[in-house]
Every structure is written in structure tokens, then in C-alpha cells.
Write a protein that binds this ligand. Structure first.
Ligand code: GRG
Length: 293
């Protein structure tokens, strides 16, 4: 299978399983369930679940057993975006070319939809616990840690508290390692943990995920300056206009592009011990560095 065929296949699987899980949630009060679905199916790239499935496939041939975890990562990601868009945070009316959750369902329902997605994520994973309780618990601990104060929420707090202040490069790296990088890292590591990776393999995959996460964020900042607003589904130039700390505002476009290519290469090098098995992850890393949205 080519990279695009395999990517499409994995995205289709994620969508199928997310729909299956959401059918179960349909018994809950309609506005919240509708709001959960709205954000889950609003056109996300599904990077975190795809990374998780691919990391698992470094060890096992079929990713179906880990679909609850793949979907859980997308639910946590969707929750973070809903809350990030709220008036109390970024106050964004638009995401992926569509009105944001609070614009459609109101603020209270958007808060609850985010909370519900976060809880549902852990519910669907815990249901698989009897298959391999030890690996399930380790993978969940990794995901919970990355989503909370030590990871994504911690990064969001640094971001909000540093608004209007110019961060230096090392501070910017810490911010993004937590805000964006932690969940990306948890996607790779939870897939590897569930696949039975040993300590040395986990160390290499952690380095891969950290470099991949940095490249992903730098590309996001470059797209905000150079990207096409119709393709991105949001106005560009947002970061530069405000007092947002981004790689481009700190280092300029040329240096940011150089770093993007350096971190992409480093991430690919970190996969060397997996040989031919890492072909999809290698190509995916390159593909995302060249993405247009
Ligand atoms: C509110 C708890 C809480 C956390 C918010 C992740 C986050 C923290 C905010 C999102 C805002 C943002 C622009 C973060 C940078 C990371 C990033 C590139 C997010 C978008 O991820 P993609 O590109 O999104 O995977 P899609 O739309 O493809 O799902």
C-alpha cells in the first residue's frame, strides 16, 4: 500500500470506530451528544490515532485491538480544541472552516461536550482492560499524564500566562512540548506500550515523538504565515497579529523552515532500529512536514 492508501485506510478505521462509540453515547441527553459528534466529525486530520495505530504496528500486524485507544486520543484532542476555542480562552469563532462548538451549541454545552469527550475517552479504553490489564493501565497512565497538568493542560496554562510576554526559545520549546508535544508523545508511547515494546525501544520512540511533535508545531506556525486560509479553514496571520509566541515570530521564517527540516530528519533517524517496519511512520513524518493544512 502507498502512504496515502494506508493513511486513508487508517483514517477510515478511526471514523468507523468513533461512529460506533458515539452510537452508544446517543442514549445521553441530545444536545451534549450532538455537540460531541459535531467536533469529532468536523474534519480533523486524525494524526494522533494514526500515530498510535502505527506505533502498535511496529510490534503487531493488526491494529484493531487498539482502536479504543486510538479513538480515545482523538476524543481528548477534540475536547482540548473545544475548550481552547471558548471565549474564556482563545475566543475563536471558527475552526476547520466551521463555526466552533460554543458558537453552535452555546458556551455551557461546549464546556460539557469537552468534559464528556474526556471522560468517554477513558471509559472506552478501560472496557478493554481485561484483555491485558497491565499494558492497558500503563498506556492509560501515559495518556492521562500527557493530557493533564504535566502535559497539555500545563502547556495551555503557560501559554495563557505568558500572553503579551516575549518568550525565549527554550521557554517556547517547553510550552509546545507540553501543549502539543505531550499528547503526540503519548500517542506513540501508548501504542508501543500496548504492543509490548521494551525499555530501549520506548526510549527511541520517545525521542522520535518529541522530534516529530516539534516539527509538527513548527509547521503549524509556518502555515499560519504562509498557508492558504481556505485550505486551513481559518484566517491566517493570526499569530503574527497578536502577541502570540510562535517559532516564526521568534526566529523568522527561514530559521523556522531550517528547524522543521532538522527535527524531521532527527525524528526519522530515531526510527532506525525498527528497519522496514517503520516505513509508514518514516513516510508519514515527511508527509506532515510538507502538509498544507
Ligand atoms: C484547553 C485543555 C486545553 C488544552 C488546549 C491543544 C491545545 C491545548 C490547544 C489547541 C490550539 C492549538 C492551535 C494548538 C497547537 C497544536 C495544534 C497544531 C493543534 C491542532 O492539531 P491538528 O493539526 O488538528 O492535529 P486537526 O484539526 O487536524 O484535528
Amino acid at each position: 500500500m502507498s502512504l496515502t492508501q494506508e493513511l486513508e485506510h487508517k483514517i477510515k478505521l478511526v471514523n468507523t470506530y468513533l461512529k460506533k462509540y458515539m452510537q452508544r453515547a446517543a442514549a445521553s441527553p441530545p444536545p451534549v451528544c450532538e455537540a460531541m459528534e459535531y467536533s469529532l466529525f468536523a474534519g480533523g486530520k486524525r494524526i494522533r490515532p494514526v500515530l498510535m495505530m502505527s506505533a502498535y504496528e511496529l510490534f503487531e500486524s493488526d491494529c484493531i485491538p487498539v482502536m479504543p485507544f486510538a479513538c480515545a486520543l482523538e476524543m481528548i484532542h477534540a475536547y482540548s480544541l473545544i475548550h481552547d476555542d471558548l471565549p474564556a480562552m482563545d475566543n475563536s469563532p471558527l475552526r476547520r472552516g466551521l463555526p466552533t462548538s460554543h458558537m453552535v451549541y452555546g458556551e455551557a454545552m461546549a464546556v460539557l461536550a469537552g468534559d464528556a469527550l474526556l471522560n468517554f475517552a477513558f471509559e472506552v479504553c478501560l472496557e478493554t482492560a481485561e484483555t491485558d490489564a497491565s499494558r492497558t493501565l500503563k498506556a492509560l497512565a501515559c495518556i492521562a499524564n500527557a493530557s493533564g497538568v504535566h502535559g497539555m493542560i500545563g502547556g495551555q496554562v503557560i501559554d495563557i500566562s505568558s500572553e503579551g510576554q516575549k518568550l525565549v526559545y527554550d521557554q517556547l520549546k517547553i510550552l509546545h512540548a507540553k501543549k502539543t508535544g505531550a499528547l503526540i508523545c503519548a500517542a506513540v508511547l501508548s501504542g508501543a506500550i500496548l504492543g509490548g515494546a521494551d525499555a530501549v525501544q520506548l526510549e527511541s520512540l520517545k525521542a522520535f515523538a518529541q522530534n516529530f511533535g516539534l516539527a509538527f508545531q513548527i509547521k503549524d506556525d509556518i502555515l499560519d504565515v504562509e498557508g492558504d486560509s481556505a485550505t486551513l479553514g481559518k484566517p491566517t496571520g493570526n499569530d503574527a497579529q497578536g502577541l502570540k509566541n510562535t517559532y516564526v515570530s521568534l526566529l523568522g521564517l527561514e530559521k523556522s523552515k531550517y528547524l522543521l527540516s532538522e527535527y524531521t530528519k532527527k525524528a526519522q533517524d530515531n526510527l532506525s532500529m525498527f528497519g522496514e517496519k517503520a516505513k509508514f511512520l518514516l513516510e508519514l513524518t515527511q508527509f506532515l512536514a510538507a502538509r498544507e493544512k
